[in-house]
Design a protein around this ligand. Structure first.
Ligand SMILES: Nc1ncnc2c1ncn2[C@@H]1O[C@H](COP(=O)(O)OP(=O)(O)OP(=O)(O)O)[C@@H](O)[C@H]1O
Ligand SMILES: [Mg+2]
Length: 459
């Protein structure tokens, strides 16, 4: 295929340029993503300091002048927590999520609450008409005089109106449907998304307006468009949840203004309601007394949350036993099954194993290992765990139980939720707990299973 003038072959998935057309992108490994894009005359890259009008000369860190910008609340304690304590003026925030998960609902709530208390908010909907936005806002009880709605996709026109209004918050719903008219590529293409995001970044940093953009996700769950979009923004939030349940989790995967926290919501006819006590919600439907169910306190940023880890181990009728997980990495499951087989002596290689973290949370911290291994052993032996015990610890390849961070926070949350015992790593040192709460330190996975009386019949 011949290349036209001023164009480049570019992967729609990762934004990587290629010298010629190809069916496969060598950078991200996707098929049929390389398309011809018209390229702009590129401006030399400039740092944020230059954008904000600051000098780019080297200067001693002691002499950098700054004034601490006060954050302002978004009207939702869960969103404030995820943003690191409120909205930072001039911040640039991306909210991604599956279709229909509730991105526009979240942003509509935000718009009306900020408009009521802090000043004008410009909500640009390039996917829906102002009537649709109003219908939603009425349903949510999110009406305010200074909540301004505009159905426009041309970013230059959006910017003109914005200049006249100087809003406190600018919302773009969504980044994949706005476009710059001087770029001949279609809205949603790599070049359009990158250029529109760059202009919105300049608006945020130059004017102090906080800019929220909604973003579509691909079928693999990543934000659609160039990967560089996630680098450009200050904060990336994913709105997640199983569509047929009423719970939604807002998860920060990047935040330049705070720890990576989660916010929990319930979605209904009246929109999103904050759920401050996530542990209570996550444990509400726990099958007390069932084998394979273990409660694990995990840390989501600075917040301890109790989740239930469920395992089901059953005889396999296939040549290769099946291993499936929801909420934890399948490789972690494979590893723990190998440790249980080799170090504990439970013959699990011919068993199918399924693991599920209820509540839709994804856990990637190693502190869940011991709980997961005990859930697997509990299901394999069909011995239920004591329902008042929580389990904390990382498991090594030798079957040893290793220490975890922030143990005291995890235990305090367990106490608060009415648990009476915790199995923890033996080397945890002194941990302050109430006198009626029992801590049992264990050195190995075998010891942990002995403490709860699992696996005796197999040994
Ligand atoms: N009239 C209604 N009454 C009750 N619930 C509704 C109503 N309209 C929409 N919803 C609920 O609100 C949910 C969230 O919708 P919303 O438009 O906020 O999602 P979204 O993430 O912005 O979707 P999209 O990617 O299509 O823009 C819908 O999935 C639906 O369950
Ligand atoms: Mg929407």
């Amino acid at each position: 295929m011949a290349k036209k003038k001023n164009t480049a072959w570019m992967c729609q998935s990762c934004g990587q340029r290629s010298v010629k057309w190809a069916g496969y992108c060598g950078s991200c490994g996707e098929w049929n993503t390389i398309v011809e894009e018209v390229i702009q005359s590129e401006e030399p890259p400039r740092g944020i300091g230059a954008l904000a009008g600051a000098s780019s000369k080297p200067v001693s860190i002691n002499k950098v002048s700054f004034t601490e910008t006060p954050r302002f609340p978004s009207g939702s304690l869960e969103l404030d927590r995820v943003l690191g304590g409120g909205i930072v003026p001039g911040s640039f925030i991306l909210v991604g999520g599956d279709p229909g998960i509730g991105k526009s609902t979240l942003l509509t709530h935000l718009a009306s609450r900020v408009a009521e208390s802090w000043g004008p908010v410009l909500y640009v909907s390039s996917e829906e008409s102002p009537q649709q936005v109003r219908l939603r806002a009425e349903r949510l009880g999110a009406m305010a005089d200074t909540f301004l709605v505009m159905a426009e996709a041309d970013l230059d026109r959006i910017d003109e109106y914005r200049k006249g209004l100087n809003p406190k918050v600018l919302i773009i719903d969504s980044i994949q449907t706005v476009y710059k008219p001087d770029i001949p590529s279609a809205p949603g293409s790599v070049v359009q998304v990158r250029e529109c995001a760059a202009q919105l970044l300049r608006i945020a940093k130059n004017t102090g307006t906080a800019v929220f953009i909604a973003g579509h996700v691909t079928k693999d769950g990543a934000i659609a468009g160039p990967r560089v979009l996630e680098h450009m923004v200050d904060t990336v939030l994913y709105f997640e949840g199983e569509r047929h349940t009423q719970y939604r989790i807002l998860q920060a995967v990047k935040n330049r203004f705070g720890a990576l926290e989660i916010g929990v919501y319930e979605i209904g006819d009246e929109g999103l309601i904050d759920i401050p006590n996530a542990s209570e919600l996550f444990l509400a439907e726990r099958p007390v007394g069932a084998s394979g169910s273990v409660v694990v306190p995990i840390m989501e940023g600075t917040r301890p949350v109790l989740v239930e880890v469920q395992a089901l181990v059953s005889a396999s009728y296939y040549q290769n036993a099946r291993r499936t997980t929801t909420g934890v990495d399948v490789n972690r499951l494979q590893l723990l099954i190998a440790v249980l087989e080799k170090r504990v002596g439970l013959p699990m290689s011919n068993s199918d194993a399924f693991v599920k973290v209820t509540s839709g949370i994804k856990i990637d911290e190693p502190a869940v290992d011991l709980g997961l291994a005990m859930a697997l052993a509990s299901s394999f032996c069909d011995c239920p765990m004591d329902p008042h015990t929580v389990v904390i610890g990382e498991v090594g390849l030798a079957g040893e139980v290793r220490g975890v961070s922030q143990l005291e926070h995890r235990i305090r949350e367990s106490q608060k939720m009415g648990f009476q015992k915790a199995i923890i790593p033996a080397n945890a040192g002194r941990v302050k707990v109430d006198s009626d709460f029992k801590l049992t330190g264990v050195r190995t996975l075998v010891e942990a299973l002995q403490v709860v009386g699992i696996g005796k019949q197999e040994k």
